[in-house]
Write a protein that binds this ligand. Structure first.
Ligand code: 5GP
Length: 209
């Protein structure tokens, strides 16, 4: 069976990645979203094993020791990591697997799996992100400033992504369609050319018989 595509989606916190992923999965069932493990505390409304596997630092470090992660990183005082098993299972089933992870993790994945597609979701401006974070109200002002500094450091790595998606206010559907279109066109490219090459190979064999 055809294997799925591994996709890393990153974005400045507050750029609406979560909402975008939710809308994408509702509309297109061929995507599987990996659930990460983290040592950060759940935000109101977040559910263990659905939004994240919430772990203590000791539990997380035990998972690192047991080589359970495809990648992991430290981000703003906490650990975040992608458990391997689910990702491999879903790719084998032919699903396109999305890892919603920050930039350090992305480049670790890309190094291991060079075919990984890297997508970065951003707002049209950085100022909008601070506004969205303040509006979301889940972080203290101090944490917001830490996240803003992190964002400032991350900007340079945008050049290394394959696609930059601008998530404008009130244009969620458009963004979902753009995302799906990108992945579809990658399928078209690899799938079609493989079929075509097989066909040409068969034809060539006929000629040389
Ligand atoms: P948040 O605390 O806002 O849920 O996530 C903070 C950052 O960690 C986000 O940029 C998010 O994409 C990233 N993140 C979530 N899960 C993982 C993971 O498994 N690995 C890495 N490297 N980053 C992650």
């Amino acid at each position: 069976m055809k294997k799925g595509i591994l996709i890393c989606v990153s974005g400045f916190s507050g750029a609406g990645k979560g909402t975008l992923m939710k809308a994408l999965l509702e509309k297109y069932p061929n995507y599987a979203l990996s659930i990460s493990a983290t040592t950060r505390s759940p935000r109101p409304g977040e559910i263990d094993k659905k939004d994240y596997f919430f772990k203590t630092k000791d539990e997380f470090e035990e998972m690192i020791k047991n080589d359970e992660f495809l990648e992991y990183a430290q981000y703003v005082d906490n650990y975040y990591g992608t458990p391997k098993s689910y990702v491999y299972e879903q790719l084998e089933k032919g699903k396109d697997v999305i890892l919603e992870i920050e930039v350090q993790g992305v480049f670790k994945v890309k190094e291991k799996y060079p075919d990984t597609v890297l997508v970065f979701v951003t707002t049209p401006s950085i100022d909008e992100i601070r506004e969205r974070l303040i509006k979301r109200g889940t972080e203290t002002p101090e944490k917001i400033e830490k996240r803003m500094s992190q964002i400032a450091r991350e900007v340079k790595s945008l050049y290394d992504y394959d696609y930059i998606l601008v998530n404008e206010n009130n244009k969620l559907d458009e963004c979902v369609e753009k995302f799906n279109h990108i992945i579809e066109s990658i399928h078209q490219k690899t799938d079609n050319s493989k079929d075509l090459i097989n066909k040409l190979e068969t034809e060539a064999e006929e000629i040389t018989k």
